[in-house]
Design a protein around this ligand. Structure first.
Ligand code: C5P
Length: 403
């Protein structure tokens, strides 16, 4: 659940302006409410032509405001009272007309007026026909908004409701939710480059068969998201997994351990922090067959050779990045974890019990570092990832003030 610094739920004022994408903002409202946000919806008059306020009222659990003169606010000052309690204003969809009004300080309806009277950040998710988006006055307005510190989320490229294809679609609700939630996270890795490995690797036996490890990739992908939220520039080297790329991460897909090592070596010199989450296949098949091996009743012998240890390689560099390792163990978690940390020369190792981690959406882990051990109680993988990122940032700063 997203909490403000004072530990109260985040308060989001969601502005909805006139556009077909307004229907997606109903889902967006649900995502924020589900994550524990307090959502106050304000609609433009045009937005109410697309979706009825009752929909947003039901989803947010709060009355929806559309009118500057609404007398449900005692002092008749909705444009002052509504933005005062908000941690941020998100306008989604933001129409071309709304972008124009915001860029020029218009105050002629409730949403534009309360934006003029705000003392919190504003994020906008533009949604319009591609020609409208590329219309020079609209692009000038967007440039002005950027100068004013307004955060522009999207737009996306693709099919449009009008039947045309191009730039102007609103980002999907899940993407918008992730970006806004990221916006609220402390920027503890700002300016740093983070490289992660995630998922399993796969070693070919023949044209169809192979050896792999069980790993969903969820923990590594959650860490990539958490690192991006913390302000890092993120490269994610991923073994075979069908997970969607976390918002903000640059993804490099690989198959074998050797491919993963090559991809890591390609960026490691420009890396501040390396987080090795991948469940790497420890062996590869010496002579994989180009063709599918025919099945018969005989015993099939495979010759396996050990793969390079990517993490140990990186940690052993002359000037290594700050390295974080993972250890999934089925027994003696602390003992084996600490042995692995020392053997691989890691400032931080995240130890987790195999039985409780693989494939699940939540996890519980123990962080092992030079100070000792620190348990993170069972929680969703993104919450665990955020806590690991915070701990990593703290240790990273300690190491750099020492050296
Ligand atoms: O497989 P093991 O338990 O040694 O994995 C511990 C850590 O080392 C993990 O962070 C894993 O990503 C990394 N590792 C690696 N290359 C290998 C084996 C493990 O980077 N070949």
């Amino acid at each position: 659940m997203s909490e403000s610094p004072s530990n109260r739920p985040k308060r989001l004022l969601l502005g909805v302006t006139g556009g077909v994408a307004a229907y997606k903002s109903a889902e967006l409202t649900r995502l924020f409410v589900k994550a524990g946000y307090d959502v106050q919806v304000v609609m433009s008059e045009a937005a109410t032509r697309f979706v009825a306020p009752a929909t947003f009222q039901a989803l947010s659990g709060r009355p929806v405001f559309t009118d500057l003169w609404d007398n449900r606010i005692d002092n008749h000052m909705a444009h002052i009272d509504l933005p005062r309690g908000a941690d941020a204003i998100l306008v989604a969809p933001a129409s071309a007309d709304f972008l124009f009004k915001l860029a020029h300080g218009a105050a002629n309806d409730l949403l534009s007026t309360l934006c003029s009277a705000r003392d919190c950040p504003v994020l906008v998710a533009p949604a319009m026909n591609r020609q409208m988006w590329e219309n020079p006055p609209n692009l000038r307005n967007v440039a002005l908004l950027r100068q004013d510190g307004v955060h522009i989320l999207g737009p996306d490229e693709g099919d449009q409701a009008c039947g045309e294809t191009g730039l102007g679609r609103m980002l999907e609700p899940e993407q918008l939710f992730a970006l806004v939630d990221a916006f609220f996270q402390p920027k503890v890795l700002k300016g740093l480059k983070v490289l992660l490995t995630a998922g399993p690797t796969f070693e070919r036996i023949d044209a169809v068969r192979g050896i792999t490890n069980s790993s969903s990739g969820k923990m590594g992908f959650a860490l990539a998201q958490a690192a991006f939220e913390a302000g890092a520039e993120v490269t994610l080297v991923a073994g075979p997994t069908s997970l969607p790329t976390p918002v903000g991460a640059k993804r490099v897909d690989v198959v074998s351990t050797q491919d993963m090592l090559t991809a890591v070596n390609g960026v490691v010199s420009k890396t501040d922090i390396f987080i090795s989450v991948a469940a790497v296949a420890d062996y590869y098949v010496l002579n994989p067959s180009e063709q599918k091996i025919k099945k018969d009743a005989h015993i099939l012998t495979l010759e396996l050779a050990p793969n390079p240890d990517i993490l140990a390689n990186v940690a052993g560099l002359a000037a290594p990045p700050f390295c974080v390792g993972f250890a999934a163990e089925s027994e003696n978690l602390l003992e084996y974890g600490e042995q692995k940390r020392r053997r691989k020369k890691l400032p931080l190792l995240v130890a987790n019990q195999v039985q409780s981690a693989i494939g699940a959406d939540d996890n519980e882990v123990i962080l092992l570092d030079d100070h000792g051990q620190h348990k993170l109680e069972r929680a969703g993988k993104l919450d665990i990832a955020r806590a690991i990122v915070n701990h990593t940032a703290k240790l990273y700063r300690e190491y750099h003030t020492k050296s």
